[in-house]
Design a protein around this ligand. Sequence first.
Ligand code: SAM
Length: 221
Amino acid sequence: MSSDSPVGEGLGARLKAICQAAQDVPVVWDIGCDHGHVGLALGGAGAREVHLVDPAIGVQQKWLELKDADIPRSFKVFYHPKKGEELHVPRNSDSCFVMAGMGGKKIAAILTHLVPQISEGCRFVISPHRDLPLVRAQMRELGLGLVCEQLVREGGRFYEVLVAHVGPGREVSPYGEAVWDGDDGEAYRQHCLAGLAKHRDATSEGLRRFLTQRVQVLPIR
Ligand SMILES: C[S@@+](CC[C@H](N)C(=O)[O-])C[C@H]1O[C@@H](n2cnc3c(N)ncnc32)[C@H](O)[C@@H]1O
C-alpha cells in the first residue's frame, strides 16, 4: 500500500494517531464512524475496502445521501447503519477494526461480539473516551495480544490509543504501561487522579491505588 502524504494529515492529533495505527491493513472497519474521517483517510492511504458503521439516524442520513461521485474510486466504501454489537463480519485476517470516541462499556461489548467471528491477525485500534480499565480487562479476557499503546494529548485532553491483535502478543496490562512513561505521563496521572475524586467503585479504587503508588521515574542527570 502506498500514499503520497502521511495518513491522517490534516486531522487532529488523536485521529491522526488512530489512522497511523490502523494503516497498511486492506480492510478497515470504522465502528462508531460518525464523520468517517478515519475510514476515509485510510481508504485514501491504500485500504481497498472501508466499512463505516454507525446506528445514529443523523449519521445514516449523511452516508446514505452521499453520492457515488463524492467517493474516491480507488477504494470501496460500505455503510452499515447498525450497532457494532450487531455486526457480522467475514472470517478473514486482513481487517482492522477501529473503535474510537465511544465509552469503554460499549467498546468492551463490541469486542466480545466481534472477536469470536474473526481470524488470527486481525487488528484492533481502540481509543475509548472513558472507562479504559473496563476495556483493558475485556481485552485480557478475550486473549488479545497488545501491539503497542500510546498517549495522545490534544486540546488539553488526553487519549489512550491501544493497538492489539488476535493472536500472540504482550498481555494487555490492567491500567497501561507506556501511557505513563512519556513526556505527558505525569500530567496524565494527575489528570486521572483528579477525575477519580468523584468515583468510588471498585475499578476506580484499583486505578487510584495504581496511580498513587506509581512514582514518576526521572532520568539520572
Ligand atoms: C463521538 S462519535 C466518535 C466518532 C469517531 N469514531 C471519533 O473517534 O471521532 C461516537 C459515535 O459512535 C456511534 N455509536 C454509538 N453507539 C454505537 C454502537 N453501539 N455501535 C456503533 N456505533 C455507535 C454514535 O452514533 C457516534 O456517531
